[in-house]
Design a protein around this ligand. Sequence first.
Ligand code: NAP
Ligand code: ZN
Length: 348
Amino acid sequence: MSVTSVAAYAAPAPKAPLERTTVPRRALGAHDILIEIKYAGICHSDIHQVRDGWGEGIYPMVPGHEIAGVVTEVGPAVTRFAVGDRAGVGCFVDSCRECAYCLDGQEQFCTQGMTGTYNARGKDGEPTYGGYSTHLVVDEHYSVRIPDALGLDVAAPLLCAGITLYSPLRHWQAGPGKKVAIVGLGGLGHMGVKIAAALGAEVTVLSQSLRKQEDGLRLGASHYYATSDEATFSELAGTFDLVVSTVSAPLDLDAYLGLLKVDGALVNVGAPEEPVSLNLFSVIGGRKTLAGSMIGGIAETQEMLDFCAEHGLGSEIEVIRADQINEAYERVVSSDVRYRFVIDTSTI
Ligand code: NAP
Ligand code: ZN
């Protein structure tokens, strides 16, 4: 094991701008692989956490859970990866490996709590540091293979944005004959449009404005509406089998539940910093489901990558240098991202 201290970008304190620093990486264990990170996506969750919007942040914080790179060293017991393989890491790097959910490939719901790729503590008690860095050491079980058909840059965002939409779209059976709405055309939302369309569903984008309409239709949507226009909610009342919200701010749940057919589901994947409330009559009438969903397990993440490779579904990205991260954060917060910022980690 040659790497012990690696270059990274970190927020030294809550809400502080990110700056260049170094962080430790553990010595390579028997089951570990060393990944030379090539690209790291910027997820809105990074911003929530850097700014301590969800609380209990661990600083300095190196964000990044959309990681794509190349394996440069493997531990003696590693069986799934060889030096030179393309590898990805998403939102978690460990879990208990024993509970019913871990054994079922739903490690994200581990009863002991998954170990986040950053802003968490590993079993050794040490803080974890994410993908805004040059190298990562990870147990091979928590890494996935990036198919050759996908560039590493456009694949990186799939590790969170891709799986976070693929999992609920599959679970709630988006497909032919189903009308699916995606709320918010950002990092998650644009992958939701691509994946739902590839699954065969009829896709509608619900965005704050019509600013990105052309893009939405190009990405696979058949319809596009502005939620700032109140007529949208009356026109689309009772339309959808499935509405997936990716909005990072509190949502008017009653309004969106009103868009569902009988037995339809509103699945919220956005993770706003404040609680929301609803009128329960919004679900009683129409036997509707209000649900949430969180990323996906390792096996499903691999399935998603293979699906995206087969259908040519990379993320729409803007590659940035590490010294542009703080500026990119401001643009994400103001919904000015088309559709994922990806850091070229060679600039760290
Ligand atoms: P993003 O790129 O900022 O996209 C969010 C989109 O929501 C924006 O582009 C915007 O789309 C819309 N939006 C933003 N503010 C809004 C407001 N006040 N009212 C209405 N619409 C608004 O963020 P992201 O990376 O896709 O992440 C979205 C959310 O999902 C974040 O809260 C993130 O933490 C969470 N997340 C959850 C999971 C999970 O496992 N559940 C995984 C990853 C991320 P328009 O301009 O089209 O309106
Ligand atoms: Zn994320």
